[in-house]
Design a protein around this ligand. Structure first.
Ligand SMILES: *[C@@H]1O[C@H](CO)[C@@H](O)[C@H](O)[C@H]1NC(C)=O
Ligand SMILES: *[C@@H]1O[C@H](CO)[C@@H](O)[C@H](O)[C@H]1NC(C)=O
Ligand SMILES: *[C@@H]1O[C@H](CO)[C@@H](O)[C@H](O)[C@H]1NC(C)=O
Ligand SMILES: *[C@@H]1O[C@H](CO)[C@@H](O)[C@H](O)[C@H]1NC(C)=O
Ligand SMILES: *[C@@H]1O[C@H](CO)[C@@H](O)[C@H](O)[C@H]1NC(C)=O
Length: 559
């Protein structure tokens, strides 16, 4: 049930990937692709002039024994190497790495002289500190390359950052206090030491470290983003809406055909579907628990909620909707409809009382079942998501001008967002503080205007001054004043854009559509394309929610 693809950079027999989640039960992912861990660089033998002495005599160590000796040498100045437990553990593990001959000679740690090794590493450490800027840059670039290559995995099509992808280099275990294992060898982990463990996800572990079991178990680290499961749901939602985009023409052709059906239930279903598609109406029966208000959705519309205005003098057929939708928000809309829809509505309303159901042969479950048959995962909400997202994308294309500065681009974005909010009927009462905050803003604008005319006056007199004096100092003064005018003009423009934005936003709630109906990849791509910082569009909470999209979408993304 879990499709696991691991592309390892090395030949590896088995790898233990325990994906650690903080989440509750159930399958959390179905597809994981990860390049595997970065192994520690191989051991580089010491130069021949760096010698090890045993009992005063030079002794050439085998590479394996030498490597472990260097771990000790690197810590020589440290208090650890004076501790009995540390020395004992080290010596025991070191001897395991020695050849038989070395073992027979080296029997007493006190007789080992690591001084030259230690001096060598100290010199190296000094050299690292003295590196040139270029050398440091080079190392930094290499680390960045590794991060890009190994620091991410693809999980169900999201790119997720991996907290920790480097295998700890070998060394001596330190431990705190009088840890009984201090001084023991943490062996080098080789690809063949690694196990891929495809058992069920391990639940709720705190830390993802690589060294479990003396480093024999590679634990694929926890994914950084605690919202990645939420992210996946989000991603699924927009992928479903994109699937609708592919088949919406077919569905439309079908419901238009169904308007002519001999069966009343099919006609009703087809007209309801048309409303859901065209008006982004909710299906209905989406009341919150305990909600008693008389709110309706498409399937529960009553005759009293519609007024029909037949064609006259070449005018269109118009339907007027007026009802309370979700959260008791009034839905009022006058929309031209096609003749066949209009005729059908007349038929559905015939001989009915105002409080009779418009669609008496339809309810939400029937409609939802039908939608499922049309496309896997299709609900009325998918139409909303589809229409909102595609509308945003179109509006952004239309409204954004390359020459605009950033504040003007953001205004365009908000206008596109508003077009969507209007479509989704995301109205709000003007906030209580609206007038007050508009007044404050207006006061700021007035003050800025005064400041601007002052600055202009000063510029003028500086110019006049420069004409008379013709010296360097007064020319500089003109330049300074000119810059001041420019700066104030920009600030004023920013404030004015802000005021326009706020005024236009008076009765529209942008948040709902932004958070629930707009594919965030459209916004991310727009930001990347036009160089608008993402912070201008999404606040911190929203950036966390849409982390998956921010990672994933490039500027060419098309919904
Ligand atoms: C260890 O070796 C260094 C350099 O080879 C030498 O100077 C030092 O005296 C030696 N230490 C002992 C305790 O023999
Ligand atoms: C794989 O992980 C499970 C869950 O932690 C563990 O019980 C099992 O022993 C591991 N198998 C191997 C081969 O490490
Ligand atoms: C989205 O909804 C609007 C408003 O009803 C409608 O005019 C438009 O055709 C819809 N767009 C798409 C692409 O479905
Ligand atoms: C919807 O209508 C069907 C068929 O008339 C009926 O079986 C079902 O119980 C109804 N569902 C609801 C929630 O009213
Ligand atoms: C971000 O905006 C949302 C509304 O979409 C709001 O609820 C939230 O408090 C804001 N968060 C921050 C950190 O500003």
């Amino acid at each position: 049930f879990i499709e696991l693809i691991l592309i390892m950079s090395h030949l590896v027999s088995i790898i233990s990937i325990m994906v650690l989640f903080r989440y509750t039960d159930g399958v959390k992912w179905k597809f994981l692709e990860h390049k595997g861990p970065v192994f520690a660089p191989p051991y580089e033998p010491l130069p021949s002039n760096v010698k090890f002495y045993y009992d005063g005599k030079h002794m050439k160590l085998s590479p394996e024994a030498e490597e472990v000796a260097t771990f000790f040498a690197k810590m020589l100045d440290h208090e650890y190497t004076t501790k009995d437990i540390f020395r004992k553990n080290f010596f025991k593990d070191w001897r395991k790495e020695m050849t038989a001959e070395e073992k027979s000679i080296i029997t007493d740690l006190k007789k080992c002289n690591f001084t030259e090794m230690s001096e060598y590493f100290k010199a190296q450490s000094e050299a690292r500190k003295a590196m040139t800027k270029e050398q440091k840059q080079k190392i930094k670039a290499e680390n960045e390359r590794l991060l890009q290559e190994y620091g991410f995995c693809i999980m169900d099509n999201h790119k997720e950052r991996i907290a920790n992808f480097r295998i700890e280099p070998p060394g001596l275990f330190r431990g705190r206090g009088d840890h009984p294992k201090m001084g023991m060898l943490k062996r080098r982990i080789r690809p063949q030491d690694i196990i891929i463990n495809c058992s069920k996800c391990v639940k709720s572990c705190d830390v993802a470290g690589f060294l479990q079991n003396q480093g024999r178990e590679f634990i694929a680290p926890a994914f950084n983003d605690p919202s990645c499961v939420q992210g996946e749901k989000d991603w699924q939602k927009y992928e479903t809406a994109r699937r609708l985009k592919k088949c919406v023409d077919r569905l439309r052709a079908q419901y238009r055909e169904d308007w002519k059906s001999k069966e009343m239930r099919i006609r009703q279903r087809a007209v309801a579907l048309y409303f859901i598609d065209k008006l982004a109406l909710r299906a209905g029966n989406e009341k919150e628990e305990g909600e008693t208000a008389d709110t309706v959705g498409c399937c529960s519309l009553r005759v009293e909620h519609l007024k029909l205005y037949p064609e006259n003098e070449g005018q269109e057929f118009v339907v007027e909707f007026d009802f309370l939708g979700k959260d008791s928000i009034r839905y009022y809309n006058r929309v031209p409809v096609e003749k066949r829809v209009f005729k059908n509505l007349q038929l559905f309303m015939e001989n009915k009382e105002p409080d009779d159901d418009l669609f008496d042969r339809l309810n939400t479950s029937i409609l939802n079942k039908h939608l499922q048959e049309l496309m896997d995962g299709l609900t009325a909400k998918v139409f909303r998501t589809y229409n909102a997202s595609i509308t945003l994308q179109q509006q952004l294309k239309e409204l954004t001008t390359a020459d605009d500065n950033i504040p003007a681009k953001i205004l365009s974005y908000n206008r596109a967002n508003r077009a969507v909010a209007i479509l989704c009927n995301h109205q709000r009462a003007p906030p209580k503080t609206f007038e007050k905050s508009m007044q404050n803003l207006q006061a700021k604008i007035d003050a800025k205007k005064d400041q601007l005319s002052d600055a202009k006056r000063e510029l003028k007199s500086a110019k006049a001054d420069a004409k008379v004096r013709r010296d360097e100092k007064s020319k500089k003064a003109v330049e300074t004043k000119r810059k001041a005018v420019q700066r104030i003009e920009e600030q004023l423009m920013k404030l004015e854009v802000q005021a326009t934005d706020r005024e236009e936003n008076k009765q529209i709630a942008l948040g709902t559509s932004k958070l629930n109906y707009l594919d965030p990849r459209i916004s991310v791509a727009w930001c990347k394309k036009w160089g608008v910082p993402i912070e201008k569009i999404y606040n911190k909470t929203q950036r966390e929610k849409f982390a998956w999209a921010i990672d994933m979408a490039d500027e060419d993304y098309e919904f």
